[in-house]
Every structure is written in C-alpha cells, then in structure tokens.
Design a binder for this molecule. Structure first.
Ligand code: SAM
Ligand code: SF4
Length: 323
C-alpha cells in the first residue's frame, strides 16, 4: 500500500502520454508552447509500462491515461492493452477531448479500456470553437457517440467560464442527463499557461445556475473522489470539482507521471522527481524508491484555496501534467 507523508492512501496514478494537443483551450493552452518536448525525450510505452507495473505492484488500483491529448500519441491502444493484460481488475480510464474518438473508440474498447472522460465545454458550434480555438463540436459529439456505441462508459467534464459558457450549464446537464452520462463541472484552476481572459465560476455560482431549473440535494462524499456530487429530484447525479475549497486536498489519493518520466505529487506545485533514468536502466528498486520519496513529500494542499483571501496562480501546465 502507498501512503503519503500526511497518511493519505494513494491508489490512483494518472499517466500523461503526451503534452501535445490538437485543441488550444483557453483555460489550458491558448498558445502553442514555444517548444514541445522532443519526441525522443519521451518515455516509450514499454518504459511507461515498466513504471505502471511498479506502481500497481505497490498498491495502485486505478490508472487514468491523459495528456495533452492522449489520442494524438500513436498506438495508444497497445499501451492500454499492456496495462489491461497485466491486471484484469485494474480501473483503467482515459481522459480525452474526443476529437479523434470517432476512429479510435472501438480499438480502445477492444484493447481493454472500460471508461472515458470527455471534455464538453459548450454545445454551440461557435462557443466550442472559441474555447478550443478550432471548429470541434460536431466531431467531438460524434466521438462521444462512437465511444458509447463501443461500450465505453462516458463521463463528461466541463469547465464553466464567465461570459463564455456560463449560460449553457443547464443545456450541458440536460445533454448528459438524457444520455445518462454523469457530468462534472470543474472549477477553473488558475494557471499561468491559460489565457488572461479565462475566469472561472466557483461551486456556489455553478449551483445557483443549476438551481434556476432544478432542485437538488448534496450527496454524502464518497471515498476519495474529487467530485462533490449533487442529486436532482429525478435521481440524476451531477458533480462539481471544487479545488478552491479548503478541504479539497484532504482525501487526495493521486500521483501523476508525465510523458517524459517526471513524477508529480501535486497538480499545483512545481516539485517533482524523474524516474526516467531508473526506468531506462531497468533499476526497478530505484524507481520504487523514487515513488515512495515523492509520496513522502506530497504537499498537504494546493494554493487555490480561497481561505486566505486571494486565490493564487499555479505555474504548472495542465497540458503537461494531464489535469
Ligand atoms: N485533452 C484531454 C481533455 O481535454 O479532456 C485530456 C487532458 S486535459 C488537461 C484534462 C482535464 O483537465 C480536462 O477535463 C480539462 O477540462 C481540464 N483542465 C485543463 N485546464 C484546466 C484548468 N485550468 N482548470 C480546470 N480544469 C482544467
Ligand atoms: Fe488540449 Fe485538453 Fe488542454 Fe484542451 S484541456 S488544450 S483539449 S489538453
């Protein structure tokens, strides 16, 4: 079992397989970075898998593949199959913008993927295009349908932003409710890579909008899910991810690995250690020791919390860390 320095059990690994992306979401990566990590500096799937095995053997029970846009990395289904074959009961999921799902969904399901989280920030062509800086909506919706047809369980992520998509939160909820996809609104996490104009809604502002049409009750918090769930009168459950709440980090159970082999204990802070050398030298004990050390030094909580007044801005890039 993996436990961090604050006694939190860590059983969830997020693996970013690329920082590259085919979208330029305002809240994440409005400009292409000056330089991408050269492809030769990335860990191969075999190398990433070596670390995933270390992590699973030490107690990781859930692995999520993310990015950048993970479907941009060729052969993702081979990586998925490696993990699915290694541990049949692993909770294996993928977070994607869905743009490449129309072609990829069936291959991913055949490789052993069970679940996907997709980003839907708007159901209007022009607004979706403004957020992603590309005409994406029709293809994204086709991708979601393809995933559902392939038997993948779908969850939807939405980042509400003032003056951009805050008038669509009910439409997005209803799109999801009709299809029985849980939706989770994610409070915008301030970071210096985002567009200067990005301004998020906090949880109570999001709830106030949903309340205009629906009654709902707050659910008991379950396990270490980052989502605070709410139940509508008809039983449909939506969630809000509230990193600005002071107690958000109390049940954090996750650790993140980037495509270049950097192990990151917290989405907010820059602190990290590389497992690249250990993995490339096949020194599994060293990789396991680095994992333990990173966990021992996992920060207690992020600095987005509004407890002390102003929210601070992280310098970590979501597209690199994988959200
Ligand atoms: N490209 C994929 C996607 O968009 O789903 C996976 C990577 S993306 C970094 C993972 C998640 O992080 C997405 O749900 C995205 O909405 C979320 N995200 C990115 N930047 C964010 C920010 N500044 N605040 C809150 N969520 C953010
Ligand atoms: Fe790309 Fe996802 Fe970031 Fe949007 S949120 S720019 S789709 S990595």
């Amino acid at each position: 079992m993996l436990v961090d320095g604050y006694g939190r059990k860590v059983d969830y690994l997020r693996v970013s397989v690329t920082e590259r992306c085919n979208f330029r979401c305002q809240y994440c990566m409005p400009e292409k970075p000056f330089s991408w990590v050269p492809k030769e500096n990335l860990l191969t799937y075999e190398e990433l898998f070596k670390f995933v095995k270390v992590a699973i053997d030490d107690g990781i029970t859930k692995v999520r593949i993310t990015g950048g846009e993970p479907l941009l990395r060729e052969g993702l289904e081979t990586f998925i199959k490696m993990i699915a074959d290694y541990k049949e009961d692993i909770d294996l999921a993928l977070t994607t913008n869905a743009y490449l799902l129309p072609k990829a969904a069936q291959k991913l399901a055949d490789a052993g993927l069970k679940r996907i989280n997709v980003s839907v920030d708007s159901l209007k062509d022009d607004v979706a295009a403004k957020i992603a800086q590309k005409d994406v909506l029709k293809t994204v919706l086709k991708g979601i349908q393809a995933a559902s047809d392939a038997g993948l369980k779908v969850k939807v992520n939405c980042v509400p932003m003032k003056g951009v998509n805050d008038n669509e939160l009910i439409d997005i909820l209803e799109y999801c409710k009709e299809r029985n996809y849980p939706v989770r609104y994610i409070e915008y996490m301030e970071n210096k890579h985002a567009s200067d104009i990005a301004e998020g809604l906090n949880s109570s502002e999001i709830q106030d909008i949903i309340k205009q049409k629906y009654n709902f009750k707050q659910c008991e918090r379950e396990g270490s899910s980052p989502s605070q769930d709410y139940k509508l009168d008809d039983g449909y459950i939506f969630g809000i991810i509230e990193p600005h709440k002071d107690d958000f980090c109390a049940t954090c159970n996750r650790i993140r690995l980037t495509a270049s082999g950097v192990l990151i204990p917290c989405l907010y802070f820059e602190d990290a250690q590389s497992i690249k050398e250990a993995i490339q030298e096949n020194d599994i004990d060293k990789a396991a020791a680095i994992l333990k050390d990173v966990l021992a030094n996992k920060p207690e909580k992020n600095k987005w919390s509004e407890e002390d007044g102003d929210t601070e801005t992280s310098s970590r890039a979501f597209y690199e860390t994988g959200g």
